[in-house]
Ligand binder design. Structure first.
Ligand code: ADP
Length: 577
């Protein structure tokens, strides 16, 4: 039965019982009242009139109004006849009273009147006795009815009192317990109520919810575990070492490759603080250095590949540190949750690069000798030591000479670069005089400038200090600047070579009136083999890259300032002594 129906029935029944009890009580009281009133009106008044008439009869000789009093009470009695035989007795009294009115002092009449009154009184006394018995009976039956109804009310109310609260509270208690269990992640909880009340429906809904939660929980967990396993396998199968750290630099995972290259066991890495591991492992120190001490990060170091002895040979790895950030559910701000360090194995590229460098070094070295002998032969031909040459032949010789000169420049640049790449270049850093470097460079490019009718202007600070440099390599850089300036300047223009001293450094610069360099290429022109698109392809694109290597190796600074259409200024700065 539904709780609502139960409550309605319970309260309704109580209401009916209270109404019934009230009705029975009121009815009984009313019956008693009627009985009492009956005695009072019908009999008590008659006794009162009879007593008054007897007293007046006694006072007849002394009281002149006695006759009137008897008459008055007799009239009242005549109007209050209620019992059987009372009418006849009262009629008789009236007749005897009529005789008394004729003769007040007749003893016999007195006696007859007294007898009549006594008869009336007897009749009423008997009636009182009888009616009192009836009232007693009414009271007794009323008591029984009230007691019966009261007991019924009590039994029903008591039953409701015992059953109704527990009927409502028990299922709620059971449900509360189950909800608490579910809150504590025990999704196996179910509740069953046998009746078909609202609690039955509630239990059914609760069970459905618990089932869904259990299913969701199980499926979620197993799915998550499966996905976790999948990602772990994926990371483990990667050829590159991968290490994951949380936001507090605690190591969360490291794949097999990472364990191999670090030479550590999983237990020595996973779950440990990166700082602690870096104390016992050199490679880990190199990997997490930037994370632990970002202030010491010079920027340049990161670009250097890490050399590790792995796979039974020297291997090269590019370190990449990826910041991991997520937007937590319900939030809008990104939250940093850790880092992933990936070591990209670049050994195959490095090996190819080495092979290429060696090849270039060998070729350029091998080409130098034949080119030099071509140049010498051309010199002999030009000096006409092998015979007379006509004008046309002279021009051909001159063009071969230019080409072999270019060839020589290219091979020497390639050689220098390969030497730089293999680390085979030796710098002879010593006290060098800027004038000497300048003189050397101007001497080298003078003819070239003259051919294009370009004026070389020098602006040199007096009393220049010496610089810490390799004279030959520095002169090479200046020559490269000047050669470029001549190549990329129009004829009859001016090139300014300035050497100025400034705060412990000496600044060499070459300013031309060429077409300038676009902003986006300013850094790129120092990269190997780069040539500004659309410019005259006279060289190899190596000159500035080699120049940068030379200046960097001498701890100097190299750069360019240029604006399109306004010419360019290439400069390098070296420490003075
Ligand atoms: P290249 O042998 O091609 O001159 P460099 O490394 O010396 O190689 O120069 C790289 C590129 O920079 C050149 O190809 C050219 O496009 C540009 N460049 C160098 N110097 C100048 C200059 N003075 N004016 C304009 N462009 C220049």
């Amino acid at each position: 039965m539904k709780i609502r129906t139960k409550l309605t029935l319970g309260v309704g029944l109580l209401f009916i019982l209270i109404t019934l009890l009230t009705y029975v009580g009121a009815k009984s009281i009313n019956a008693l009242k009627n009985d009492t009133e009956n005695i009072l009106v019908a009999n008590y008044n008659t006794l009162e009139y009879s007593r008054n008439m007897l007293m007046a009869l006694d006072e007849l000789s002394t009281d002149t109004t006695a006759i009137e009093k008897i008459k008055e009470n007799l009239n009242k009695q005549q109007a209050n006849i209620t019992e059987i035989g009372e009418r006849e007795a009262t009629e008789q009294l009236r007749q005897h009273f009529s005789q008394l009115q004729l003769n007040n002092f007749d003893r016999t009449t007195h006696l007859l009147i007294r007898k009549d009154i006594a008869e009336i009184m007897r009749l009423n006394m008997e009636a009182i006795q009888r009616k009192s018995d009836i009232a007693k009976q009414t009271a007794a039956s009323s008591t029984i009815w009230i007691a019966l109804t009261g007991t019924l009310c009590f039994v029903i109310a008591f039953t409701l009192l015992i059953n109704l609260p527990s009927n409502i509270a028990n299922p709620i208690k059971k449900l509360t317990q189950s909800i608490k269990q579910i809150a504590a992640n025990d999704y196996s909880q179910r509740v069953y109520f046998e009746d078909h009340s609202e609690f039955g429906e509630l239990a059914q809904s609760f069970n459905t919810m618990a089932e869904k939660l259990e299913e969701y929980n199980n499926s979620n967990l197993s799915q998550l575990l499966f996905e976790k396993k999948r990602i772990e396998t994926l990371i483990n199968n990667m050829n590159d070492p991968v290490i994951g750290l949380d936001e507090n630099k605690k190591i969360l995972f490291a794949n097999n490759e990472a364990l191999k290259v670090t030479g550590l066991q999983a237990a020595q890495l996973i779950g440990q603080q990166a700082q602690d591991v870096s104390l016992i492992n050199d490679l880990m120190r190199a990997l997490v250095k930037d994370l632990i001490m970002p202030q010491e990060n010079t920027g340049d170091e990161r670009k250097q590949p890490i050399k590790i002895f792995a796979n039974n040979k020297e291997s090269y790895f590019d370190k990449e540190v990826i910041d991991i950030a997520i937007v937590p559910t319900g939030e809008t701000e990104k939250q940093h949750i850790g880092h992933v360090i990936v070591l990209k194995n670049i050994t195959p590229f490095k090996e190819l690069d080495f092979a290429k460098t060696n090849f270039i070094a060998t070729i350029s070295h091998e080409l130098k000798t034949p080119i030099s002998s071509i140049k010498m032969s051309l010199q002999l031909l030009e000096n006409q030591q092998t015979g007379h040459i006509n004008q046309e032949q002279k021009q051909l010789i001159s063009s071969i000479k230019d080409d072999s000169q270019r060839l020589l420049k290219i091979t020497s640049e390639l050689l220098s670069l390969s030497q730089l790449e293999t680390g085979n270049i030796q710098l002879n850093i010593q006290k060098s005089m800027p004038y000497q470097i300048l003189k050397f460079a101007i001497e080298a490019v003078k003819t070239q400038a003259e051919q294009k009718k370009i004026e070389l202007i020098t602006e040199i600070d007096p009393d220049l200090p010496a610089v810490k440099a390799d004279t030959e390599k520095t002169a090479w850089v200046l020559i490269n600047f000047l050669t470029n300036a001549i190549n990329y300047s129009p004829e009859q223009s001016k090139i300014t070579i300035a050497i100025k001293q400034n705060a412990g450094t000496v600044n060499f610069s070459v300013t031309d009136q060429g077409k300038g360099i676009e902003k986006r290429y300013k850094d790129k022109i120092f990269d190997k083999y780069f040539q500004v698109p659309g410019s005259v392809k006279t060289g190899t694109g190596l000159g500035l890259a080699i120049s940068k290597e030379f200046i960097d190796a001498q701890n100097g600074i190299i750069g360019v300032e240029s604006e399109i259409g306004m010419g360019s200024t290439f400069y390098f700065r070296l420490a003075s002594i």
